[in-house]
Design a protein around this ligand. Structure first.
Ligand code: FUB
Length: 324
C-alpha cells in the first residue's frame, strides 16, 4: 500500500513538473518580440534606406487613414534612424508635398543619396500644371533634413516619357553613383534611366529604358561585392523580382522572384542594404491590426542572404523581424 502511494505521488509530481515546463516554454515563446512592422504608431510605406557613417536612415511615405477611403492619402515623407536595425528613432518631418511649389500633392516613393556632403532626395509627386506624376529633387545638409526643393521644378515630367501612355509612369526614383557617374532609374510599366550631372539636379544625356519581365514599378538599384542588382515590383499584386549585371548600365539578366506578395498589401516596395556586415530587405505590408491594408501600409525589415554565385535567396518575411 505504502509503495503504491509513493508511485502515485511520484506520478502526480511528474505530471505537475510537465505542466510547469510546458508553461515555461509557452511563456518564453510569448516573450519573443514581434519587431515587424518596425513602426507601429503610424502607417509608413515605400521604404528607402541610406547607410551613412554608422547609422541607417530610413525614408518612408506616410499613409494617412481616412474612413472609407480606398486610395492613397500621402502628404509628407518621414525619416527614422537606427544604429542596430531594431531600435528606430523618428526625426521631425523632413519634407512635405507643399515644399515643392510647382507640385500639387501625393508624397509617393523616393530615395535619398549622399554626394559631396549633400543629401539629395528624389521623390515622385503629382505635377501642378503638367498632367501626371513627376520627379522632384530636395536637398539637405544632413540626412535628417530639413530638405528643400533643389531645382524649383521637376527634373522628370510625364510628357518626357512617351513609351508608357499612363499618367503615373514617372514614379519611384532610385539612384546610384558609380565610378563618379550618377544614374536615376524610375518608372511604372516601363523602367527608365538617365545619367545625372555631378550637381545631381540635371540630366546628362537621353532617357533610356531597361527591359525587365513583368515590370510594374519600384525599381531599386544596389551593388553588392562586384554585382549590380536591379530589383523591382513584379506583376500586381506585387511580388519583388530582380535582375543582375556586372555593369550598372546592363545588360541585365533576370534572376527570378526575390519576395512573395506581402501580407494584406497589393504593393511591396523594397529597399536593400548592407549594414555592419549583414544584408537587409526592407519592404512594406498591410499588417497593422485591424485597419492595415493596401492604403494603410507598414514598413518591415527582414534579413537578406546571398548565394555563393551572387544570386539572392528568396526573402522570408517574418513577424519577429530583426532580433538581437
Ligand atoms: O505609395 C504610392 C505608390 O505605391 C508607390 O509609389 C509605389 O511604389 C507603390 O508602393
Amino acid at each position: 500500500m505504502k509503495n503504491r502511494l509513493t508511485i502515485l505521488s511520484l506520478f502526480v509530481l511528474l505530471l505537475s513538473c510537465k505542466t510547469i515546463i510546458a508553461q515555461k516554454v509557452k511563456t518564453s515563446a510569448n516573450e519573443v518580440q514581434f519587431n515587424n512592422p518596425i513602426i507601429k504608431d503610424k502607417y509608413t510605406a515605400d521604404p528607402a534606406a541610406l547607410v551613412y557613417k554608422d547609422k541607417v536612415y530610413l525614408y518612408t511615405g506616410h499613409d494617412v487613414p481616412e474612413k472609407g477611403v480606398q486610395s492613397y492619402r500621402m502628404n509628407d515623407w518621414l525619416v527614422f534612424s537606427t544604429s542596430d536595425m531594431i531600435h528606430w528613432e523618428e526625426h521631425p518631418i523632413p519634407l512635405k508635398t507643399s515644399d515643392f511649389a510647382w507640385a500639387k500633392g501625393d508624397a509617393w516613393a523616393g530615395q535619398v543619396i549622399e554626394r559631396n556632403g549633400k543629401f539629395y532626395w528624389y521623390v515622385a509627386i503629382s505635377h501642378g500644371t503638367i498632367h501626371g506624376k513627376s520627379i522632384g529633387i530636395a536637398v539637405a545638409d544632413s540626412p535628417t533634413g530639413p530638405f528643400k526643393d533643389a531645382l524649383g521644378k521637376a527634373i522628370i515630367t510625364n510628357d518626357m516619357t512617351t513609351k508608357a501612355t499612363i499618367s503615373w509612369d514617372d514614379i519611384d526614383p532610385t539612384v546610384i553613383v558609380d565610378n563618379g557617374q550618377a544614374y536615376l532609374i524610375w518608372g511604372n510599366t516601363v523602367c527608365n534611366y538617365v545619367k545625372l550631372k555631378e550637381n545631381m539636379i540635371e540630366m546628362d544625356g537621353p532617357i533610356q529604358t531597361i527591359e525587365l519581365p513583368n515590370f510594374t514599378e519600384a525599381p531599386w538599384i544596389h551593388k553588392h561585392k562586384d554585382w549590380y542588382y536591379l530589383s523591382y515590383a513584379y506583376e500586381f499584386p506585387e511580388k519583388i523580382a530582380y535582375a543582375m549585371s556586372k555593369s550598372v548600365t546592363g545588360p541585365w539578366e533576370y534572376k527570378g522572384i526575390l519576395n512573395e506578395v506581402a501580407g494584406n498589401s497589393n504593393t511591396n516596395h523594397q529597399a536593400i542594404i548592407d549594414f555592419k556586415g549583414k544584408s537587409y530587405f526592407i519592404y512594406h505590408n498591410g499588417s497593422i491590426p485591424t485597419e492595415g491594408g493596401s492604403f494603410r501600409r507598414s514598413v518591415c525589415v527582414d534579413r537578406l542572404y546571398y548565394n555563393q554565385d551572387g544570386t539572392m535567396k528568396r526573402v522570408i518575411m517574418t513577424s519577429e523581424g530583426i532580433q538581437k
